[in-house]
Design a protein around this ligand. Structure first.
Ligand code: B12
Length: 476
């Protein structure tokens, strides 16, 4: 069969702005392509790379006339995925259209529309392979675990049972040969990079594990992983990394270092293979403080930067979101990591209730930290969590999925929205400026400098203007 896998281009300017700094491989589609197996002709279409995504997709669909179309979507892309499915239906009426990804997992009822035939919740490899096998034999896809039919076949009860993540050892190796790896990058943070070092190197994304043992009340991951951290087999991850053409690797795990044995074994396996790459990972401050030796080991084999969800500047706030850390632990972790030469990107939360004084407080706290890069999200509990249920009655927009990018407040802001956005934009840009790449005065390639400054400007404007994504009546 001919199978077309599509990654949508986000509609929100905030996400388009984010993509100027970080545009990672469509790894989910590479996994699905691998799951499809060699018997099918699979094509990956990444619409993020297209200036005019809808006409580009319509052209490919009309030419290819696929038998099966798979579309991936985060929640903020839910409406876009439905619009794309409608175009596919028109251009290739015989194609079976499946939508999967995080939106399908947390809000499948939103995708129950005539242009979509099936919805896949949770890890998609096994269900997608089973769908292809059934379609090939002209059998029904009903009853495949993780798969919901739309229309009369939609099962609202099944839509509310969390999918279970499979044994990670059963996952195939992603098919990265179906796209041009040189087109994917992230702005690379490092504490002491050599002069003229590229700011936006081609970057691979690798999933070495899935899940997290923490129970932060705003996060959906504990529900998706049953509170477990599940590493893939060490040798498989090491082989995958060793085969990558890129020198830079972004770990797309929830948290890499929760299982110390796995993390040490992976470091050893990479060293045995003489793999010398540069790594970026998301790490909890509690992990860094508990296991400094592990961090040091990873720094030795190439860990250059870590992303950390510091979230709040007070213990009371950290307690209320059950983050399981304190301000003192956060600060210790930052010092410790910097002391090892690992650059830190801190991620912080802004609440819709923020006043001018709250913005001032967060801005001055971050400005006083040792050089480190920072980004800021608006508290946006994931659909399906108790925190999301709690905010439901206050949600002030008719389709919250469209604005679910953790940058748009879903509940009323205390400050006028336009002013909130202006303060938020300033915070974001000042956070980028604290990067050690900026404060270190090392020479940067001119083309990278122009690109970085232009991206920063676009990013700033996206945040400043985010109030325009709301009905006019809410702008004040
Ligand atoms: C790595 C990661 C990122 C990376 C980018 C990843 C990428 N591919 O570009 C970065 C750090 C840049 C990022 C950014 C953001 N992220 Co993020 N991210 C993750 C993380 C940790 C892993 C996602 C991942 O890529 N996994 C590896 C791939 C292989 O797995 P997968 O995407 O789950 O895909 C599998 C299944 O979902 C399914 N599937 C997926 N698509 C399809 C399609 C079909 C047809 C089928 C059948 C199956 C299927 O099968 C896939 C195969 O394995 C998840 C948390 C998690 N544990 O899932 C959050 C997560 C996905 N992110 C989230 C959010 C909110 C964001 C941001 C909006 C945050 C922000 N303000 O910066 C942005 C938006 C980025 C964007 N492109 O829109 C939320 C999504 C919530 C939602 N309901 O949409 C999550 C779940 C985190 C959370 N705790 O809530 N993210």
């Amino acid at each position: 069969m001919k199978v077309l896998l599509i990654k949508p281009k986000a509609r929100l300017k905030t996400i388009q702005g984010l993509h100027r700094f970080t545009m990672l491989e469509p790894l989910e589609l590479a996994y699905l392509a691998a799951a499809a197996g060699p018997r099918h002709a699979v094509r990956i279409l990444d619409l993020r790379l297209e200036r005019r995504p809808q006409p580009a997709m319509a052209r490919v669909v009309a030419e290819m006339q696929p038998d099966v179309v798979g579309i991936s979507a985060y929640s903020h892309e839910g409406s876009t995925a439905k619009a794309l499915a409608t175009i596919v239906r028109r251009a290739a009426p015989g194609a079976f259209v499946v939508v999967g990804g995080h939106h399908a997992t947390v809000a499948p009822e939103d995708l129950d529309v005539p242009a979509i035939d099936a919805i896949v919740r949770g890890e998609g490899c096994a269900p997608f392979a089973a769908i292809l096998a059934a379609l090939e034999k002209h059998e029904a896809v009903e009853g495949i675990p993780g798969v919901l039919r739309t229309g009369d076949g939609f099962d609202p009860k099944a839509a509310h049972v969390w999918p279970t993540f499979p044994d990670p050892a059963t996952l195939p190796l992603p098919r990265r040969d179906l796209y041009d790896w040189r087109r994917y990058y992230t702005v690379w943070l490092a504490e002491n990079p050599p002069s003229w070092y590229p700011l936006f190197p081609p970057t691979a994304m690798v999933r070495s594990s899935f899940g997290c043992t923490q129970k932060c009340t705003f996060c959906v991951v504990p529900y998706l992983c049953g509170g477990r951290h599940m590493p893939r087999p060490v040798e498989a991850v090491a082989d995958e990394i060793a085969a990558l053409p890129q020198d830079h690797v972004y770990f797309g795990d929830d948290e890499n270092y929760l299982d110390e044995t796995f993390a040490y074994e992976l470091a050893d396996a990479l060293e045995r293979r003489r793999v010398r790459k540069r790594y970026l990972a998301w790490v909890r401050t509690t992990t860094a403080v508990r296991s400094p030796e592990l961090m040091k080991r990873w720094a030795e084999i190439g860990l250059e930067s870590v992303y950390i969800g510091f979230e709040h500047t007070t213990d009371a706030e950290l307690r209320s979101s059950r983050k399981g850390t304190t301000v003192a632990v956060n600060e210790r972790a930052l010092d410790l990591l910097k002391g090892m030469g690992i650059a830190v990107h801190g991620s912080w939360l802004v609440r819709p209730e923020f006043t001018e004084a709250d913005f001032d407080r967060l801005a001055s706290y971050v400005a006083a930290l040792p050089p480190s890069e920072h980004s800021f999200n608006v508290v946006t509990p994931s659909q399906g969590t108790p925190d999301y249920e709690a905010i439901q009655p206050q949600i002030w927009v008719s389709n919250p999925h469209d604005l679910h990018d953790a940058m748009h407040p879903l509940t009323p802001t205390t400050m006028p929205l336009r002013r909130f956005a202006a303060r938020y934009a300033r915070l974001v840009v000042d956070g980028i400026k604290r990067s050690p790449l900026r404060t270190g005065n090392r020479p940067v390639r001119p083309q990278d400098l122009v690109r970085a400054l232009w991206s920063e400007r676009v990013y700033y404007r996206a945040y400043r203007d985010l109030y325009r994504d709301y009905p006019r009546g809410l702008w004040q």
